[in-house]
Design a protein around this ligand. Structure first.
Ligand code: KG4
Ligand code: ZN
Length: 335
């Protein structure tokens, strides 16, 4: 019998709903982006995000069910992101999902957003066999996890300051590329040459698994301040070198983590995993080290609800207790 799960995601600036069958097949995945709403402010305004989620959640869920050809009564469970994220934004999707599940008399599961990014791998044709090492690179997190057979997550290393996506967004802002910055930097970098200007690769020499991106961000800022006249002619090279510096550190640390854990399988997930250079650099270093690399397609890297449904399916499958109706959302995650 097929297990059908409705997933709902509202942790930041995307209102998303998806229907996933058996934790493997995406029957529908609807993502309503709020980029236009937040663009004039150069970043996500939490209050505006929450208000927009309220307006969008009903039509997005209806569309996900319609596209999947699934009636609400056919669902086996409902899952929604519980945290980490913006509390006001999370509350909209989480409370909607609780009420929806209660109304249908189906179990409801609260899902950890970071774990959901990793569960996106199981929606791909060849998921990594656990145990594997996962590098999660998003707007709020840059962390290395060892994922066990029971899908337990052991934190191996994380950023000591900015997340990689945050660095992309901040550098894009400095360069006048607007918000969100990751894809804009990637587009500009494609016209530049890395190495013409040199930016630092932090914490590579110390042998650890932690990251730091604030020094790189400051180096770009200093370069822009001291050589304003070079901006127009060098901006593509600046973007290319910045992107390479991030990609190299991510790749080298991820390979180091896989080696230390004696894992042959290495996964790359999260919004920054949509970046072509980051994917390419990690794949090259990992394959040279004899590792097998797993990266979801870009549509499953950024925030989406299919990954939430996949994580919810896992909770249902292992018999995890459904979430209590008075459960709350959480803004931060400390494993
Ligand atoms: O996972 P995600 O969608 O949301 C969070 O959980 O944070 O990640 C969003 C981050 C943003 O910082 C965005 O700039 C970055 O992912 N991003 C990219 C690219 N597409 C999105 N960074 C670099 N290159 C991209 N193509
Ligand atoms: Zn995310």
């Amino acid at each position: 019998m097929t297990t059908l799960i409705l997933g709902i995601e509202s942790s930041c600036d995307e209102t998303a709903a998806a229907v996933v069958a058996d934790g493997r097949r995406v029957l529908s995945s609807v993502v309503a982006s709020q980029v236009d709403l937040h663009h004039p402010f150069g970043g996500v305004v939490p209050e505006l995000a929450a208000r927009r989620h309220i307006e969008t959640i009903n039509p997005v869920v209806d569309e996900a069910l319609a596209r999947a050809g699934v009636a609400p009564a056919d669902l086996d469970a409902v899952a929604a992101t519980q945290g980490p994220g913006l509390v006001g934004a999370l509350l909209v999707g989480f409370c909607f999902a609780k009420a929806y599940a209660f109304g249908l008399g189906k179990p409801f599961f609260g899902v950890n957003h970071l774990e959901a990014h990793v569960h996106a791998l199981f929606l791909c044709p060849e998921p990594p066999p656990p145990p594997f090492v996962a590098l999660l690179v998003s707007g709020g997190h840059t962390s290395l996890f060892l994922v066990s057979e029971t899908m337990a997550f052991r934190l191996l290393g994380r950023t000591r300051d900015d997340a990689a996506g945050e660095a992309f967004d901040k550098v894009a802002k400095m360069m006048g590329l607007g918000y969100p910055g990751g894809a804009a930097i990637e587009a500009l970098a494609s016209r530049g040459v890395p190495g013409r200007i040199r930016f630092p690769r932090a914490l590579l020499e110390n042998g650890g698994l932690d990251f730091s991106f604030s020094g790189l961000k400051s180096a770009v800022s200093r370069y822009l301040q001291t050589k304003p006249e070079a901006f127009e002619t060098q901006k593509a090279d600046i973007a290319a070198e910045f992107q390479d510096a991030v990609a190299e550190v991510l790749a080298l640390k991820a390979v180091r983590a896989a080696r230390q854990c004696d894992c042959r399988h290495l996964a790359l997930v999260g919004g920054v995993a949509a970046n072509g250079r980051v994917r390419e650099c990690l794949t090259a270093h990992a394959e040279a080290a004899g590792l097998v690399v797993h990266v979801p397609p870009p549509s499953l890297c950024g925030d989406n609800a299919a990954m939430v449904a996949a994580a919810g399916t896992w909770l249902l499958k292992v018999g995890a207790p459904p979430c209590a109706l008075d459960a709350d959302v959480f803004s931060r995650f400390t494993p």
